[in-house]
Design a protein around this ligand. Sequence first.
Ligand SMILES: [Zn+2]
Length: 173
Amino acid sequence: MRDGFQRGGPFYCPADSTAYFDPGFFQDLVDRFGSSGGPLAQEYVVAHEFGHHIQNVLGYIDRGQQDPQGPESGAVRVELQADCYAGLWVKHASTQPGPDGQPFLEPITQQDLNDALSAASAVGDDRIQEAATGRVSPEAWTHGSSEQRQKWFYTGYQTGDINQCDTFSAPSL
Ligand SMILES: [Zn+2]
């Protein structure tokens, strides 16, 4: 699941169950992709890749490889589900007590949320295509649009319910 659309972008490798990050990507996210930055923007990127690991464990990840591109493709559904899982993580990491009795994350502020949504928007296929070529070609989408990526992240965050992250049966993405 190659994310980031360039050398150095983060990705998850199902074969070795490992997520790879080039720390330089976090600066690219701001400088090249136009995200607002901020801690939750970076944490969203990491949580998205970890979401792919959960998909690997649950057996969903192959659906992307079998149907790799297009606006309703398996690939887009896999990516949007990973965004939803990232939102789930933000919800639970900021509200459920960890081993020391405190949540892992400080309470999420509106600014945090805006930063994460800004990152999700910045890596939308439509926005990247538009910036690169001046055109939007949904038939080549692999990750979903800016709007879809924000929507699914927010769905995970707002509901905290993994059942709401079933992008494979969702009638509309
Ligand atoms: Zn991904």
